[in-house]
Design a protein around this ligand. Structure first.
Ligand SMILES: O=P(O)(O)OC[C@H]1O[C@H](OP(=O)(O)OP(=O)(O)O)[C@H](O)[C@@H]1O
Length: 434
């Protein structure tokens, strides 16, 4: 039994809090977590936390925004009640997939631009028009102009930017009408009079902004905000597991302990997958390759990689063409390793591809089984033989609906991390799994 320690469980995962408390040999703290009629979160700490070491267990997944706000208010409540130290224990860290864009402390994205720069929606490369010469560094000949227009169209199609579609000329032969701007001298910019005469001479206008699906210029990346909110609320320390992006730790000014789920996954493979030495570990996307190779290397088994191109639309055979396998899985047991399964599109599509490439069996071992929306139905209907997740997210309801699902317990790992942090011991032993 550890003393002077208080464990508070949020509403996201009561079972995990109970397991952690059982391991620590202490009862959960009395707290009232509810909502006012209007929908606002209400938190009441019903025992003294003065000068105590407080751990608040709250996972992502489910009603993630409600859980996050409840956590922030609980941290603040403990802090104002004079807790000595408050540690937020987030088995699944919310918003951790939204850490892509680095922000300065002042809030602006870390991009270089002069103070007078204004954002415009001009074509890329910039569109020539009367009075405006071709951009620097470009040759003023037809070929370079054609190339730049072609590039602009490819960019427009690949990233959804608001660059207007333009006809492309192939090898000097017009596949469609192409419009070049006329200079005031009567000559088209960069094209002599004869050449200009052979093509349409109407003036190209500066394209106007036309928002359309897929345009992501203003998609907020909330990573920094979430890190700042936790710190502002009063968190002194964060404990989490398998952060989607480990660099996210750098967003915090307080210590972050990112525990690994790999030892649990590795142990499962060794104990439950028949003839595991002949299996092949597969990463379903390039982002998870490091994670998967770490497990493959530690067990001395082979590794394969799937190149995934994410398209947020329905699954179809055509879409599967955007996944490509690098490696040989024929007649082998393939084990997909990933940090999380949310919609489960990634693992189910990967499983389909692996079976198509001749895999005998396909397992998916994932740390965070978020399984939102119709993920369970997708898994049930998929080529996956088994899906193994940890209970960083509550799996009670998922298990009832998914016979392929198996759950590994992480309560003991978090309890041990809490015990070690409380006593000021090293937790690096929890990172080792050989
Ligand atoms: O179950 P799903 O909804 O398909 O999501 C799961 C996938 O999403 C995450 O990667 P992400 O697509 O964010 O790419 P990344 O690994 O390159 O960051 C994660 O690593 C999984 O591969």
């Amino acid at each position: 039994m550890v003393r002077n320690i208080v464990v508070i469980g949020g509403t996201s995962h009561p079972q995990l809090t109970q397991t952690i408390c059982n391991h620590l040999g202490i009862p959960q703290a009395n707290v009232l977590l509810s909502k006012f009629a209007v929908g606002e979160t209400r938190v009441e700490i019903q025992e003294s936390v003065r000068e105590k070491d407080v751990y608040i267990i709250q996972s992502g997944g489910g009603k993630v925004n409600d859980h996050l706000l409840e956590l922030l208010i609980t941290i603040s409540a403990c802090k104002t009640a004079s807790a000595k130290r408050v540690t937020a224990v987030l088995p699944l860290f919310p918003y951790s997939r939204q850490s892509d864009i680095p922000y300065k402390k002042s809030g602006a994205p870390l991009v270089k631009s002069s103070a007078h720069t204004q954002f415009t929606f001009d074509s890329t490369p910039s569109t020539p028009y009367p009075g405006k010469a071709e951009s620097q560094g470009m040759n003023n000949d037809v070929e370079s102009l054609q190339k730049s227009l072609a590039r602009a169209q490819i960019e427009s199609e690949s990233n959804g930017s608001p660059v207007k579609r333009r006809p492309i000329v192939n090898g000097g032969k017009q596949s469609d009408t192409i419009e070049f701007p006329r200079s005031e001298s009567g000559l088209t910019n960069g094209v002599n009079g004869d050449e200009a005469a052979s093509i349409s001479s109407s003036v190209a206008k500066v394209p106007e902004f036309e928002p359309r699906p897929g345009y992501r210029q203003w998609v907020a990346q909330a990573g920094t905000l979430i890190a700042d909110l936790l710190t502002c609320a009063g968190a002194d320390h964060i404990i989490t597991m398998d952060l989607h992006d480990p660099q996210y730790q750098g967003f915090f000014d307080i210590p972050v302990d990112n525990l690994y789920g790999r030892p649990l996954l590795k142990r499962y493979i060794q104990r439950h997958i028949p003839d595991y030495r002949n299996c092949i570990i597969v990463s379903p996307d390039a982002g998870g390759a490091k994670r998967a190779t770490a497990i493959a290397d530690s067990m001395g088994v082979e590794f394969a990689l799937i190149h995934k191109e994410r398209r947020p639309t329905k699954i179809s055979d055509r879409q599967n063409a955007t996944m490509m396998l690098v490696g040989d899985v024929r007649d082998r047991t393939a084990i997909l390793i990933d940090d999380l399964a949310d919609t489960s599109n990634t693992i189910t599509r990967a499983a389909k591809l692996l079976k198509k490439e001749g895999a005998a069996k396909v397992y998916a071992l994932v740390t965070h089984g978020i399984l939102s929306g119709d993920a369970i139905e997708r898994i049930n209907a998929s080529a996956l033989d088994k899906v193994v997740v940890t209970n960083t997210v509550d799996q009670t309801e998922h298990c009832k609906r998914c016979p392929k699902l198996e759950v590994l317990e992480v309560g003991n790992v978090f309890a041990e991390a809490i015990r070690r942090v409380h006593h000021g011991e090293s937790i690096s032993v929890l990172f080792q799994y050989d």
